[in-house]
Design a protein around this ligand. Structure first.
Ligand SMILES: Nc1ncnc2c1ncn2[C@@H]1O[C@H](COP(=O)(O)OP(=O)(O)OP(=O)(O)O)[C@@H](O)[C@H]1O
Length: 358
């Protein structure tokens, strides 16, 4: 539906997009996730036609957009730095897209559409207020509302929840995909928040340095991350990455204290990845390690326990009952199932270690 091929874009000496490839399917909710400066906003602007690429093609619904003006692309975009009319009421701001010749609606229908969008965004009580008097979070919802009121082939949303407080953000995150217009419309959604991407994305594209590093469903990205940086980007506490070498018998940490059952060419320098929730305290089915408690920290109904094994620190998440009474330096056993181990090449400067496919 939205297909970007070989997109390059430089601003002076800064390369914003470096051969970007992206394929968003019809009707899908696609999250573009990446750190600040990765090229997310530039990607959206390229799709919207606000930034002509230096090279590459943009197709929307099978049509090359090269000579198509932004207004004629049929996409509705919501920027993080939203353009609203500060002196006009919220209602007027929401109504103005419906006054354009293309989207004009009979007054009664417009009122109904605006009413239901305002309701969904929790701004029904603000309709008469001038936008200039609203908080940032309220303005952000008005800006999102302006996108959702009119029909579009695709919605382009740039961090539309970034200014909401944590609680509202969580609620809106849960509701956003349920909004009829969003369900029906292909959506390209930009975020730097991996929790948001995992919660919302039918598929996720991880962008870094102006390129898509990996595209996949949340399961694919979680269980088969392309490299250590993708693995680090998802999951809190972060994935454990233990440095060491592959021997004939499996993995051996640099200090020789940790051995794990992995397979790869002997002699390869690697990082073994294991997520904190895939480690259990005590014995059980799987591979067992022994160490001592370094520190414990309650997180909600669970406890993050950091275990020291030789020079390595392994973080795990345990139910509170299992971690109750643990003190620093207590001896503990930690169990991991071999199928939960991920194997990566060692990181190099400028290039995070790729996952080694067994
Ligand atoms: N108009 C511009 N002039 C010069 N450099 C720009 C311009 N717009 C973007 N850049 C640069 O291009 C790169 C990509 O920027 P972009 O805004 O697309 O990143 P982003 O992933 O959206 O980041 P953020 O999450 O911080 O918004 C950055 O290095 C940025 O400084």
């Amino acid at each position: 539906m939205i297909v970007l091929t070989g997109i390059r874009k430089a601003y002076g000496r800064v390369t914003a997009l470096d051969g970007l490839e992206l394929d968003v399917r019809e009707g899908e909710f696609f999250c573009l996730l990446g750190p600040s400066g990765a090229g997310k906003t530039t990607t959206l602007k390229t799709v919207a036609g606000l930034e002509p690429p230096d090279a590459g093609t943009v197709e929307i619904a099978g049509r090359d957009m090269r000579d198509v003006e932004p207004y004629d692309r049929g996409v509705a975009m919501c920027f993080e730095s939203y353009a609203l009319y500060p002196h006009r009421s919220v209602y007027d701001n929401l109504a103005s897209p419906l006054r354009s010749p293309r989207h004009r609606l009979p007054a009664a229908e417009a009122r109904e559409t605006i009413g239901s969008v305002a309701e969904l965004l929790g701004i029904s009580g603000l309709l008469e207020r001038p936008v200039g008097q609203l908080s940032n979070g309220q303005r952000q919802r008005v800006a999102l509302g302006r996108v959702l009121v009119r029909p579009a082939r695709a919605f382009l949303l740039d961090e539309p929840l970034s200014h909401l407080d944590a609680k509202l953000r969580q609620r809106m995150r849960a509701e956003l995909k349920a909004i009829g217009a969003v369900r029906r419309t292909t959506t390209l959604y930009v975020t730097h928040d991996s929790v948001e991407a995992l919660a919302l994305g039918d598929r996720i594209g991880v962008i870094r340095g102006g390129r898509i590093v990996q595209t996949g469903t949340r399961e694919e990205i979680w269980y088969r991350p392309h490299d250590t940086e993708v693995a680090r980007a998802f999951g809190r506490p972060r994935i454990n990455l233990l440095p060491g070498t592959v021997t004939e018998d499996g993995f051996r940490s640099a200090d020789g204290e940790v051995e794990l059952p992995v397979r790869a060419k002997a002699g390869t320098e690697v990082l073994v990845g294991v997520r904190p929730r895939d480690l259990t305290l005590g014995g059980g089915p799987g591979h067992e390690l022994t160490g001592t408690v370094y520190v414990t920290e309650p997180i909600g109904r669970t406890v993050e326990v950091t275990v020291r094994i030789g020079e390595q620190h392994l973080s795990l998440v345990a139910p509170r009952a299992d971690a109750a009474g643990l003190r620093p330096d207590d001896p503990v056993r930690v169990t991991v199932r071999p199928e939960n181990l991920l194997l990566f090449e060692a990181d190099r400067p400028e290039r995070p270690g790729r996952r080694i496919v067994p």
